[in-house]
Design a protein around this ligand. Structure first.
Ligand code: ADP
Ligand code: ZN
Length: 294
């Protein structure tokens, strides 16, 4: 059995699936993200019902992913103060001594989409969620991309349009991509939630412009085969053609993109991308142990 934990700021989803059919989830639970002291015992109780051989964890962050760091496996600098500097991985390891894959929630979602979703058959993809914030995960050559830390591609700076006076709402950077284009930024400009804005409102052209700029930057930086969008704001399906057109204009044929409608796409696994990704990463963790012992 494989285990998965998708830890988000509002809820934590745990799931188990058999090694042979990862997408057939045997059981899942959703726990509100209380304090670690409230939440971890519930996670542990869930997995105690199963013979779990490996666990994939995709966590909200920032998190420490450097195996050589003394705080590897910790959630580091989160505004959720009860979780700040919490040793998530270490706490799990104390109860379940199995192989783990520890990464961000969005890296897990990117991996899920690569293995079982919109990028099936590819080796390189980017997953971006546009919701309350903007977060992104990167998979290159079939592996989630991490350096000393993990990427935070929702916080890149882009060119703010002169016609857009909004100061930006990112608490760290004001007018980074998240600050200009996440759901709360759309809402602040319009004076109403993004889901209540008409499809022909110019707000969407502005939104598409910023997301297209980000796609150009991701294309130039990472050479993905697909850029996959999820999150509440991307439920506005009419955004996709707007983003693709602006993307092609801004890239200006510098690199060949043959079928842009196959390149910038919606996520296929919907709300399951993260948890399926965590299960697939649990499988990777098991495989790497097998490679070491064989
Ligand atoms: P979270 O990021 O908190 O996990 P969501 O991905 O649903 O959750 O993001 C919430 C944001 O997405 C809010 O700003 C909300 O206004 C916006 N949103 C949710 N549903 C839609 C929709 N159908 N169309 C446009 N915006 C939406
Ligand atoms: Zn930012």
């Amino acid at each position: 059995m494989l285990g998965a934990i998708e830890a988000g700021g509002t809820k934590i989803v745990c799931a188990v699936a058999s090694k042979n059919s990862i997408t057939q989830i045997v059981e899942r639970i959703s726990i509100p993200t209380g304090t670690p002291q409230e939440t971890l015992p519930k996670i542990i109780a869930f997995f105690k019902n199963y013979e779990v051989e490996g666990i994939g964890i995709g966590s909200f962050g920032p998190i420490d992913v450097d195996p050589n760091s003394p705080t590897y496996g910790f959630i580091t600098n989160t505004p959720k103060l009860a979780w700040k500097n919490f040793d998530f991985l270490g706490t799990m390891k104390q109860t379940f001594d199995v192989p783990y894959f520890w990464t961000t929630d969005v890296n897990a979602a990117a991996f899920g989409e690569l293995k079982y979703g919109a990028a099936t058959g590819n080796e390189n993809c980017i997953y971006i969620t546009v919701g309350t914030g903007i977060g992104g995960g990167v998979v290159l050559n079939g592996k989630v991309m991490e350096g000393k830390g993990h990427p935070e591609i929702g916080h890149i700076y882009i060119n703010q349009l002169a016609s857009d006076p909004f100061e930006g709402h990112c608490p760290y950077h004001k007018n980074c991509l998240e600050g200009l284009a996440a759901g709360p930024a759309i809402e602040a400009r319009a004076g109403k939630p993004a889901q209540n804005i008409a499809a022909d409102d110019p707000a969407w052209k502005l939104e598409a412009h910023y997301l297209a700029e980000a796609c150009v930057n991701y294309t130039l930086s990472f050479s993905p085969e697909k850029i996959i969008f999820g999150g509440g704001v991307m439920k506005q399906a009419h955004l996709f053609p707007l983003i693709r057109d602006k993307f092609m204009e801004l890239l200006n044929n510098y690199l060949p993109i043959k079928q842009v409608d196959q390149y910038i796409v919606p996520c296929a696994l919907q709300d399951n991308a993260g948890i399926v990704g965590c299960l697939a990463l649990a499988e990777e963790a098991l495989k790497s142990i097998d490679r070491r012992t064989n």
